[in-house]
Design a protein around this ligand. Structure first.
Ligand SMILES: CCCCCCC[C@@H](O)CC(=O)SCCNC(=O)CCNC(=O)[C@H](O)C(C)(C)COP(=O)(O)OP(=O)(O)OC[C@H]1O[C@@H](n2cnc3c(N)ncnc32)[C@H](O)[C@@H]1OP(=O)(O)O
Length: 286
């Protein structure tokens, strides 16, 4: 059985020790499109080592920067073909601003395996501490494994975020590059879904699609630039659902509503249609 929730839920994964440098942070920010206007001092805080600040979504790549092989979806109680998997949801909570240089250890476990009938959703939580044991960040990611449901597990909740009826407070358009996924994969996710047209077709897509985590980072930056004066240290947490695919080269339109310290966000790819590509997205500030 490819999914056995009785083995998977609660399973602890191997600890991962990792480190990063300012060059890694710069590459990550560039792979999100930072520095497009090199005369803008706010952009240089992402793209130049003097006064460099780390966008908290760096947490999603930090442990994988030196990974050069495609990922495999193989955990205790979970064996799934990579071609069946898309990234479903992601959240990151930063306990402290992420330093530009660091050493850390990640401890992960499978917290849930949901049976959505036509699909399985595998939820993983990762707690990261620095080398002195101080908590740095907590991340939760869900992978959506198409065709892997029906194993008799819990369905779980829908976790919808209601948006206000009123118009958004801010709307931001962010272009992506045709080579965005080819750039972003250098941050450690070498899934051929994002580079190999044959693999993408075999997985049911017309062309390679953008990494969910690339969209996640691009939109976090767009929201931070639009409403937090590009001050990445004000982000406490950021969570989102990958509601639809993004094709490299598409422009993303992000609508943002303020609700006290919370920003409610939804993103579409309006050149294609008005269906959300990112939904149920919440950025909490400090
Ligand atoms: C360890 C290494 C692992 C490697 C992982 C790979 C990492 C990366 O390389 C992979 C990627 O980055 S893929 C790119 C990013 N992701 C995407 O593009 C997915 C976009 N979303 C979709 O296509 C659909 O929403 C889709 C297909 C996700 C769902 O659409 P539908 O099939 O139409 O589902 P729907 O009928 O709307 O809902 C069925 C139930 O599923 C829940 N659900 C829907 N979307 C979800 C999502 N994104 N995440 C989690 N759960 C989701 C719904 O809530 C529903 O359940 P319920 O009825 O209980 O509410």
């Amino acid at each position: 059985m490819p999914i056995d929730p009785s083995i998977a839920i609660g399973a602890e994964l191997d600890e991962v020790k990792f480190g990063w440098t300012p060059s890694d942070v710069l590459l990550y920010h560039l792979a999100l499109g930072a520095g497009a206007d090199p005369t803008d001092p706010r952009e240089l805080r992402y793209a130049y080592e003097r006064d460099l600040r780390v966008l908290p979504t760096f947490a999603t790549v930090a442990a994988n920067l030196r990974v050069f092989e495609p990922p495999s979806v193989s955990f205790p109680g979970v064996e799934v073909d990579l071609a069946k998997v898309v990234h479903g949801r992601q959240s990151v909570t930063v306990h402290h601003p992420i330093p530009v240089t660091g050493e850390a250890v990640a401890r992960s476990r499978i917290t849930d395996v949901l049976d959505k009938g036509k699909a399985a959703v595998v939820v993983q939580r990762t707690d990261v501490t620095d080398d002195s044991g101080t908590p740095l960040w907590t991340a939760e990611s869900s992978i959506f494994a198409r065709g892997e449901g029906g194993f008799g597990g819990e369905r779980g909740t829908s976790d919808r975020v209601e948006l206000p009826e009123r118009d958004p407070d801010v709307v931001v358009d962010t272009p992506t590059l045709p080579q965005q996924a080819l750039l972003y994969r250098l941050c450690g996710d070498r899934n051929p879904l994002h580079a190999d047209p044959g693999f993408a077709r075999g997985a049911g897509f017309d062309a390679p699609i953008l990494h969910g985590l690339c969209t996640y980072g691009i939109v976090a930056k767009a929201v931070t630039d639009a409403l937090l004066d590009a001050d990445v240290t004000r982000i406490r947490s950021w969570s989102a659902k990958f509601a639809g695919i993004v094709l490299p080269g598409e422009t993303l339109r992000t609508r943002i509503w303020r609700d006290g310290d919370t920003l409610l966000v939804t993103t579409t790819a309006p050149d294609r249609d008005e269906a959300p590509v990112l939904s149920d997205a919440v950025l909490r500030t400090r």
